[in-house]
Write a protein that binds this ligand. Structure first.
Ligand SMILES: Cc1cc2nc3c(=O)[nH]c(=O)nc-3n(C[C@H](O)[C@H](O)[C@H](O)COP(=O)(O)OP(=O)(O)OC[C@H]3O[C@@H](n4cnc5c(N)ncnc54)[C@H](O)[C@@H]3O)c2cc1C
Ligand SMILES: *[C@@H]1O[C@H](CO)[C@@H](O)[C@H](O)[C@H]1NC(C)=O
Ligand SMILES: *[C@@H]1O[C@H](CO)[C@@H](O)[C@H](O)[C@H]1NC(C)=O
Ligand SMILES: *[C@@H]1O[C@H](CO)[C@@H](O)[C@H](O)[C@H]1NC(C)=O
Ligand SMILES: *[C@@H]1O[C@H](CO)[C@@H](O)[C@H](O)[C@H]1NC(C)=O
Length: 614
């Protein structure tokens, strides 16, 4: 069995690099790292969307035109093109995957390539104070697979209570019992131990844990067990507890939505057409009925029409941007930019929710991880072994609740990095840290230190996506607004998370490897260390995003406070649907990719029922 798997992976590498595979791979990866060091992230959309054409060329007529080959767009394309008589067009602004983007541990580096749209948040008052101009980076995928290609491959569905909340907010059909079959439909579970009734065994989206575990990070698991948590399948019966991460990984490959849902159908389904590097700049609308889109590819302007539906799956930032530019959104905002108001929907771009993360919590140990060369690590990778198989270099997570251990609602998530990824060496610039903050990262040691990320699972604060100008050539403005809730409940819960993480020092597991907190919190030196004020200050400085923007075109019962109905149809429009993280009614206590795939699976069935007599 082991031999067979090894052969399969060997062939995969042979295909791409010839017989001298690992040597070639080392050269290739080294060169990618060089490019990343000098890459300048885009500051606007000029390159992508510029065209001198005043007239469009007609690209063709389809049943469905889907905008964005990200997480949702990939699932929809796969499911809708199962109906042979439907013609599906999928338009994606970005390009294709590479052998580099396939390596799970390299995902964060993709933020420094043209696979990232390159957004920064607007200048913040209540967070991001450790970043240049108080702006956090806000990566979003501009590549086939979308943000699932840039993501850390963590497979996590949140809590059953999250979906009960969706129903309570007026979205019947979305209870956990009703969505579980759609989670399972996508999934192929390759885990050794898991709660059987909760996982799918015949889908295309692989879920697995990596091995072998790192010695240092294993202390995190044991420390949490000592604290009373149990080791759980956090996508099973009980979310609260500690676990090695369940990753979207197949053998050694990052299973983004492109690998799972598009590659199997790209060249085999004649009724399905995918165009890469095709940036949609306009919806074609006639009296609230959507007829199609225009898009730019290689400087040429095209038009494609859709008889049944245009489906926007352009992510939580670009979907509201496209709607607003088309005159669908808050009338007052649109008028200010002299955009003709077609459909006054006040909630477009509003209710931006995300999980904030604290990124400056380091513990020094007296253990040193083996310092493998890149060649060693790539050889291990080719055999499906850690560390490069760990998504973004991550290894464990824990979901915690401080108030009531019997309910299932995680308030905080902790995540650890495994060496050599504990210190994001080449990402100091990517994070937009101010100089003095960058400096402290130079003191941390990636081979001896444990880094624990602390994340807020159910934020009260909301932000917004708005237009800066009436042109698609400009980035929209993204106000994340973390820790802005009036009663400071968000920052207080994060503080509880920090106290919990610090308390791990007292466990035998941490003591055994001499693990002790060594963080420094610049900007807060004048405060008494370790009290609430000090940590509030640290949190406002060194907080970044877990990259989970959602709810910017949220699903709900009324067009006054939501944008789409429970089937993703945009209010007061015909033939226009939105599917993706942007329609999440309220953010889940988990990472979003699994949830987005579930949403797209479920709405695919709705679309089939609506347009096709099954
Ligand atoms: C860095 C990062 C790490 C993450 N880590 C995790 C994780 O570990 N686990 C997890 O579950 N979730 C994670 N997430 C979140 C998860 O990946 C996203 O929530 C999910 O991919 C969103 O799906 P979507 O379909 O709504 O949008 P996306 O997947 O972002 O897809 C949108 C697509 O639309 C395209 N597009 C946009 N505008 C246009 C246009 N005008 N014309 C044509 N195409 C367009 C984009 O290029 C993109 O391909 C992470 C996200 C990021 C960015
Ligand atoms: C799942 O992970 C285990 C342990 O790392 C490995 O032995 C197995 O081959 C993996 N399965 C797949 C399909 O990747
Ligand atoms: C790991 O080894 C390389 C040389 O192979 C060296 O340049 C690097 O500094 C070492 N890293 C650490 C953290 O010791
Ligand atoms: C704890 O949660 C359970 C289950 O949700 C609930 O029944 C109970 O009342 C809660 N207890 C407290 C003290 O909040
Ligand atoms: C690490 O520190 C602990 C506690 O001081 C000690 O018991 C252990 O032997 C040390 N290990 C090494 C490798 O130095």
């Amino acid at each position: 069995m082991y031999l067979v798997r090894k052969l399969i992976i060997f062939c995969y590498l042979i295909n791409s690099f010839g017989a001298n595979n690992v040597q070639e791979f080392v050269k290739y990866v080294t060169n990618e790292f060089k490019q990343i060091k000098i890459y300048q992230v885009s500051k606007n959309n000029e390159q992508l969307f510029s065209t001198c054409d005043a007239q469009f060329r007609y690209y063709g007529h389809f049943d469905f035109v889907i905008v964005g080959a990200g997480s949702a767009g990939a699932v929809l394309s796969n499911r809708l093109s199962e109906i042979k008589e439907w013609k599906i067009l999928l338009l994606e602004a970005g390009g294709d995957l590479t052998k580099f983007s396939d390596v799970p541990a390299f995902s964060d580096y993709l933020q420094q390539t043209d696979m990232n749209w390159g957004y920064l948040t607007s200048s913040q008052k209540t967070c991001c104070q450790g970043m240049e101009n108080n702006q956090c980076v806000y990566p979003q995928g501009k590549v086939i697979g979308g943000s699932s290609t840039l993501n850390s491959a963590i497979y996590s569905r949140g809590s059953p209570d999250d979906y009960a909340e969706w129903v309570n907010q007026g979205n019947p059909g979305w209870s956990f019992e009703e969505v579980l079959p759609y989670f399972k439909k996508s999934e192929f579970v390759a885990l050794k131990n898991y709660d059987r009734p909760y996982h799918g065994t015949s889908g295309v989206l692989y879920v697995n844990q990596t091995s072998p575990p790192s010695v240092i990070a294993e202390a995190f698991l044991n420390a949490n067990l000592e604290k009373g948590l149990s080791e759980v399948d956090y996508n099973g019966k009980k979310q609260l507890g500690v676990s090695r991460i369940q990753f979207n990984i197949k053998n050694n490959l990052h299973q983004n939505s492109a690998h799972a849902f598009l590659n199997p159908i790209r060249s085999t389904r004649k009724n399905f057409k995918l165009i890469l590097n095709a940036a949609v700049n306009q919806l074609l609308i006639n009296k609230n009925k959507v007829k199609g889109v225009t898009f730019v590819k290689d400087g040429v302007l095209y038009k494609a029409t859709a008889s049944k539906e245009v489906i926007l799956s352009a992510g939580s930032i670009n979907t509201p941007q496209l709607l607003l530019l088309s005159g669908i959104g808050p009338a007052n905002e649109l008028k200010k930019l002299r955009i003709p108001v077609l459909n006054n929907l006040p909630a477009v771009g509003k209710h931006l929710q995300d999980h904030p993360i604290f990124v400056n919590m380091y513990f020094r140990t007296n253990v040193t991880a083996p310092n493998h060369t890149l060649q060693d690590n790539l050889e291990r990778y080719s055999q499906g072994m850690t560390p490069l198989t760990n998504g973004a270099g991550l290894e464990h997570l824990a979901f915690l609740n401080f108030k009531n251990e019997t309910n299932h609602k995680a308030e905080i998530e902790l995540i650890t990095f495994a060496p050599p990824f504990s210190v994001p060496e080449d990402l100091k610039a990517a994070q937009n840290f101010k100089k003095r903050f960058r400096k402290i990262y130079e003191k941390y040691n990636t081979m001896t230190d444990i880094s624990i990320i602390i994340s807020l699972m159910k934020p009260k604060s909301e932000g917004a996506v708005t237009l800066r100008t009436n042109s698609i050539l400009d980035f929209p403005s993204i106000n994340i607004n973390y820790f802005s809730d009036l009663n400071n409940e968000d920052i207080e819960t994060m503080y509880q998370g920090i106290k919990y993480a610090l308390s791990l020092e007292q466990t035998a597991a941490f003591k055994k490897i001499g693990a002790h907190y060594i963080g420094e919190q610049p900007g807060c030196e004048n405060l008494k260390s370790n009290d609430r004020e000090y940590w509030y200050c640290a949190l406002r400085h060194m907080t970044s995003t877990e990259y989970h923007p959602s709810s910017t075109t949220k699903m709900g019962p009324t067009p006054t406070d939501s944008v789409v109905d429970r089937n993703g149809l945009v209010y007061n429009m015909r033939n226009l649907r939105v599917v993706g993280a942007s329609i999440v009614p309220t953010i889940t206590r988990g990472h979003l990719f699994a949830t987005v795939c579930m949403i797209a699976e479920k709405i695919s069935d709705v679309i089939k029922k609506t347009h096709h007599k099954m």
